[in-house]
Design a protein around this ligand. Structure first.
Ligand code: ADP
Length: 434
């Protein structure tokens, strides 16, 4: 509802801006300061509305100069509202990224919006006020354009989200402590159930075996759930342990696909590994065949974390495929290594695809109702892939199957050799996979 009101205000603002261009003589500068008396009737009303908005609202021109700043924006930035008018936005709204680095130049969100003409929403930044105090803020910056589509400025909503962040962090702490504490007794129960099923240490009749096998399966499921909850809580607050190293991904995936073969065999599914034949990457290297030397796809990742990702995608492919095969493939260009896990299973409805990598999201259909799962696997996969500046997405057709793609920044052979030679050197690659 709140955003609806803001959108209406935004539309009115743009309309006033356009009208102003017609009715205000060219040399006279439009003064949009809510406290000045040069405003016309409608604009004065708007100024009153802006003044009463709880969130900070700032309007800048195409050069980044502030032309309007409401009282809340003044409070959050620690600036006197009148003093902000005519000043560059970067001076008044100082922003730091999650690592604490001050955003400037092309990394500054307002500059990005003015340059690209695209809106930005971001909840990860801190605003550093006039007294150098940090406040967690939610930013929503939208470009203002004239009839020809030229960006004439931008309007920003700045919200203090300190309480929300604290609540999120308390919740993540609770989930992480609770799942850690519960994992220990569950592991003990699982161990004792396994002992009961072991002929060498226990004697049980067939009926008891049946019950205990079911109890063991349920306990294993519970153990996985606690482990996934713990991993996702850590992923959310940046505590996911990662020891990146140089990994040659084609070799790594080949071995892993072999190891996972037992899972596809068990379900009567084929299993294949393909190097260099994915069509999804437009600038892919030429297809390799048996007579070609396979290219080396170096990436800088924690192999254990990557194993988690591939295993989860492979397990899902097996779970949601009743016949056909699972294919793991790899390709790449100079910048990016792309690998994929493809199945010939039930597929995913298009309306579910945008939500698939969110926490606890499961497609609601007969397949998922009968197949176990907790909806955390793909969320964890996304978080791990993002840890290495990568990207994960899916293409799928209902009834035909799904392909999960992952792009990771590629290390040149030279860079990989340098890193291998100086193992103690911890320089991480800075290229982004897109
Ligand atoms: P889980 O498998 O434990 O439910 P995931 O996060 O791994 O959790 O997957 C979320 C949902 O995405 C699944 O419940 C399923 O609906 C859908 N899904 C994932 N992989 C596939 C696949 N290969 N084929 C069809 N649906 C899939």
């Amino acid at each position: 509802m709140r955003y609806l009101i803001y959108i209406v205000i935004l539309v009115v603002l743009v309309a006033v801006g356009i009208l102003a261009r017609f009715y205000i003589p060219k040399k006279k500068k439009l003064n949009t300061n809510p406290k000045t008396k040069t405003l016309g009737g409608n604009t004065a009303q708007l100024a009153t509305i802006f003044g009463s908005i709880d969130d900070g609202l700032i309007l800048i021109d195409s050069k980044g100069t502030i032309v309007l700043c409401n009282t809340s924006a003044g409070t959050i930035t620690g600036w006197n509202v009148e003093d902000t008018i005519g000043i560059n936005i970067e001076v008044v709204v100082k922003l730091a990224d999650p690592q604490g680095n001050i955003c400037s130049g092309q990394k500054y969100p307002f500059t990005k919006v003015l340059g690209s003409g695209q809106s930005i929403k971001d909840n990860s930044m801190d605003l550093i006020n006039h007294e150098d105090k940090k406040t967690a803020v939610g930013l929503s910056i939208s470009p203002l354009k004239d009839d020809s589509g030229t960006v004439t400025g931008a309007v920003a909503l700045i919200r203090n989200i300190t309480d929300e962040k604290e609540q999120e962090s308390r919740l993540a702490d609770f989930i992480s402590t609770a799942s850690h504490e519960m994992r220990t007794p569950v592991a003990a129960i699982e161990g004792y159930l396994a002992l009961s099923l072991n002929n060498k240490v226990s004697t049980i009749d067939d009926r008891a075996r049946d019950y205990i096998e079911k109890a063991e399966a349920a306990t294993r499921h519970l153990g996985t759930l606690f482990q996934d909850l713990l991993t996702s809580a850590k992923a959310e607050d940046g505590r996911l342990v990662s020891h990146p190293e140089v990994v040659e991904l084609a070799e790594f995936l080949k071995k892993l696909t072999d190891d996972l073969k037992f899972a596809s065999d068990k379900h009567g599914l084929g299993n294949e590994f393909i190097v260099g034949t994915a069509s999804a990457i437009k600038t892919a290297l030429p297809q390799s065949d048996e007579h070609q030397v396979a290219p080396l796809y170096y990436v800088y990742v924690d192999p254990d974390r990557l194993r988690e990702v591939v295993t989860n995608l492979f397990d899902n492919a097996v779970k949601f495929t009743s016949s056909g095969k699972i294919t793991v493939g790899i390709t790449g260009d100079d910048q990016v290594v792309q690998f994929y896990v493809r199945d010939t299973g039930v597929g995913i409805p298009s309306e579910d695809i945008p939500h698939l990598f969110q926490k606890f999201y499961r497609v609601d259909n007969s397949a998922t109702r009968t197949i176990g799962g907790n909806g955390l696997g793909l969320f964890i996969c996304r978080k791990i892939v993002e840890l290495y500046a990568g990207r994960i997405w899916v293409e799928s057709e209902e009834g035909k199957g799904s392909t999960f793609y992952i792009n990771l920044p590629r290390l040149s052979s030279q860079k990989a050799t340098d890193l291998l030679e100086h193992k103690s050197n911890t320089i991480a690659p800075t290229i982004n996979a897109t």
